[in-house]
Design a protein around this ligand. Sequence first.
Ligand SMILES: [Zn+2]
Ligand SMILES: [Zn+2]
Length: 187
Amino acid sequence: MSERRSARLLRLLACPQHCLTFAALTVGEAWLCVRASALPFVTSAGAWLVGLALWTLLEYLLHRFAFHLPPAHPLALFGARQHFDHHAAPERTPITKPLVLTAPALLAGLAAASWLTGSDLVAPLWAGLVAGYLGYEVMHVAAHVLAPAEHPLSSFQRAHLDHHVDIRSNFGITSPLWDVLLATRRR
Ligand SMILES: [Zn+2]
Ligand SMILES: [Zn+2]
């Protein structure tokens, strides 16, 4: 393996300590929902998959409508400033979202959804959503760190790099579905 290639793979693997945190949270949530609820395994697994699919929509909406707010906008505190910096220097680390922003948002969302619905389905659904978020972080870093020949899903990488050329298109990173349905897909 060439030195540059191993350096890129190391950057990908070392990227986000907080991805490991989220992986632990995902496993912890899955364990908790199996232990603490009376839900059959198939129901929990179905809710997890729904959460994973829901993440792709949330990712699209956040990226399109929150992360591309002008940096001076009062709501730009919630990710848009960091995303503006990412577009200015796409290779600069950290490429991942700051843990100080994402961890409270995910935990507050889980608490609110549990409190509002009181449903046992929330825990596995949220675990799926967090797994989707983890996939988003890893795929985003991979899009910027790996060479096209090394990327296992090079069309996803190309789509995201095209987003850096035209910020009105290709908002999905883990899925092209919402770009296709909402007519923002380029290529
Ligand atoms: Zn990017
Ligand atoms: Zn963007």
